[in-house]
Design a protein around this ligand. Sequence first.
Ligand code: GAL
Length: 723
Amino acid sequence: MRKEFNLLGLMLLLCFWVCAVTASVTYDHKTIVIDGQRRILISGSIHYPRSTPEMWPALFQKAKEGGLDVIQTYVFWNGHEPSPGKYYFEDRFDLVKFIKLAQQAGLYVHLRIGPYVCAEWNFGGFPVWLKYVPGISFRTDNEPFKAAMQKFTTKIVSMMKAENLFQNQGGPIIMSQIENEYGPVEWNIGAPGKAYTNWAAQMAVGLDTGVPWDMCKQEDAPDPVIDTCNGYYCENFTPNKNYKPKMWTENWSGWYTDFGNAICYRPVEDLAYSVARFIQNRGSFVNYYMYHGGTNFGRTSSGLFIATSYDYDAPIDEYGLTNEPKWSHLRDLHKAIKQCEPALVSVDPTITSLGNKLEAHVYSTGTSVCAAFLANYDTKSAATVTFGNGKYDLPPWSVSILPDCKTDVFNTAKVGAQSSQKTMISTNSTFDWQSYIEEPAFSSEDDSITAEALWEQINVTRDSSDYLWYLTDVNISPNEDFIKNGQYPILNVMSAGHVLHVFVNGQLSGTVYGVLDNPKLTFSNSVNLTVGNNKISLLSVAVGLPNVGLHFETWNVGVLGPVTLKGLNEGTRDLSWQKWSYKVGLKGESLSLHTITGGSSVDWTQGSLLAKKQPLTWYKATFNAPAGNDPLGLDMSSMGKGEIWVNDQSIGRHWPGYIAHGSCGDCDYAGTFTNTKCRTNCGNPTQTWYHIPRSWLNPTGNVLVVLEEWGGDPSGISLLKRI
Ligand code: GAL
């Protein structure tokens, strides 16, 4: 026994020593090198807070079966540090669990710490409190910003090290990213940008993770940081040093959706073609952004107008089901690439022309190791090419892969996989609705926040709510001509965005909202004023904070003015500088009507008294979970705009009242793809269905709460299964 133990101990010690010596990630001019092996790696983005921990194992399994080697995720600072020094790593933000589950599924991890992440995520991932650190300026050579960034980055790296998650510790993390697409910003701001880039690289490298760092879209990434490419195509990208590998950190599998726009899809023929072209041109790492997009739960989606669904036309859809034929076709592509790996990592390609817009890229060691890629770049004509002793048919805009330089095992445009369209079908769940109408706020004597000025919204709310009331009074004399002639004055309100509901004396006078490219809006309408005191209540609504753009932290939201009243005897009265009161959030929010316990604080009505088509209305119903495990979604098409909760969890903002604009014609896979080339859903609500994760439901008695701003009919809401 003792002897056996000794032997085992010795073996363990030996293994520990050998493993510790060999476990390493480095790189050379061809690839990332893991434990001394060059690797061609296929990666996919899955962002942990955009799904639930219960969904992660199945997502990873589908990723593994789909031929992925690596899971890429950002780290979401504002989710982890909601207030300074108070950290949160539970539930959907359990980063360590996410990484460990990826490892258990046999996957590596690429950790994009940022901590600026862009990602259509609220404020690009920055906590809103960061904006109020004295003297701060984001993403530049600014001491308060660098101190905060270093603190958070160090926190994450230490956490990963403590859990042994870097590859050289036996963990799955093979690479980390610092910053995100900083190159274009640096180009704009010049010297301080350059200094910041150098600082960020040095700071990151100094953290001694034992695995390489990358900076994406950063042509001047300082050594040893690898600069990488993002885009729909990256075959012509070259890293900034000839000893760095050619890597693609974001190959956009579709595009994000924003309320008011049609939904983008990217044909898999083109996506596969982009990957094959990259690999045939010495590319060694491809990441699908996104492989599973998921859902922007709660208020996590960014401005401007990013939808709750972050499906992205990714190979795994928002609900966790495979998106066919995309998932299967890419799986077959990955298999073919993997068969070529021995040749790809060994030599550089020889490129020969096979005719007009026709090429062969051959990786041959001169021995039996040989892989070839035959490409047809023409967008219209198919071609038959002669290569070696064979003839090969190449559809337009396609690449064929020959892992032994003879057998065509895969062509990017020949999609064998079934295109089974996923759909939503009815469940038998019914809702017995109750309603509570919230009165618009009014100014009053004892208002605590007042000013003779119009204030920027986020400075007041600190983003604790989407909603801010701007309240004021207007006195109308009995001598006003409009009292006699009925030509009511025009109220003009200029707002920096994103949505505005105007109430006059408690009545909704109108709603206006911005669009993606221009969140600014103007309300201009005649208003029903009466003699004496009139109550003007402006409800300004933010739909997420911006995540991208030069110094986006300085962008304004809310009613910045002017606010004027035109058509009085005096002409135009400027209300901008009179007394305004401010109220943050809705009354229902302060009463926590969205929670199970808070719901009992008001009297709800039901049956024939149920409110319909009323602005600012809260709805509540209980329901049982439908049998089975199919993913679930709510059809919200009868509603306007607001937010939805199930059992106290926010499933996100709904806005089916925003109809998708854009043109949705036919779309040919061949030819350069852009995010406006292939679109669906024009003329319909941008987003009708809202994902409810199964794990948030109990078998019976689930509480569904809907806050409706515009006015809707809850009897039209239904629970659907995705199959
Ligand atoms: C990239 C950015 C990502 C994401 C993407 C669009 O430029 O790096 O974070 O925002 O655009 O989905």
